[in-house]
Design a protein around this ligand. Sequence first.
Ligand SMILES: [Fe+2]
Ligand SMILES: [Fe+2]
Length: 191
Amino acid sequence: MEAIYDQIYKKAEVYWDTRHNDIHLPLAYDFAKRLLAFYPEADACVVLPAILLHDVGWKMVPEEKQLNAFGPKATDKAANRLHEVEGVRIAGEILASLNYDAGKTNEILTIIDGHDSRLEALSLNDKLVKDADKLWRFTVTGVSIDYRRFGVELAGYLAYLGDKIEEWLFTPEAEEIARAELTKTRRELEA
Ligand SMILES: [Fe+2]
Ligand SMILES: [Fe+2]
């Protein structure tokens, strides 16, 4: 089973060279694996491909449009939606090229289609993808990238993140990871 994830990884990463997704995605993939360890009843065959492929659509959003399309000051909902729609298209092509199971592919594409715009989760698999996607925001790496590109002050941004833990995350394990990462990030960046 591991080999298929490597194949999906290789086909997905071609699309990651924008929006710092080449940094976001490996971190999100690690968080997905950590969360799956808490939930043996979740389906790794859905969660892992979904997390690897969820942001491939950003490659189709012109870089000058990306900064208004995500983050605390985002105004361009259409550009954000475009990354989901294009993500579904590209992920569907990649999974078809690997003859991936049709039922699992459907579930993966449904998760990708609403990974940002749909605020509620449809299933445990969806919850784990949503949580794994957001956890990097609390890491030293994620915060260092985000507060600069969002043009906000570090201290205010750290407080904002602390307030968002319960709103953004679905599982208690992800909330715990977020708190631990945020503590580490404060220690490292505010020193
Ligand atoms: Fe996204
Ligand atoms: Fe993402």
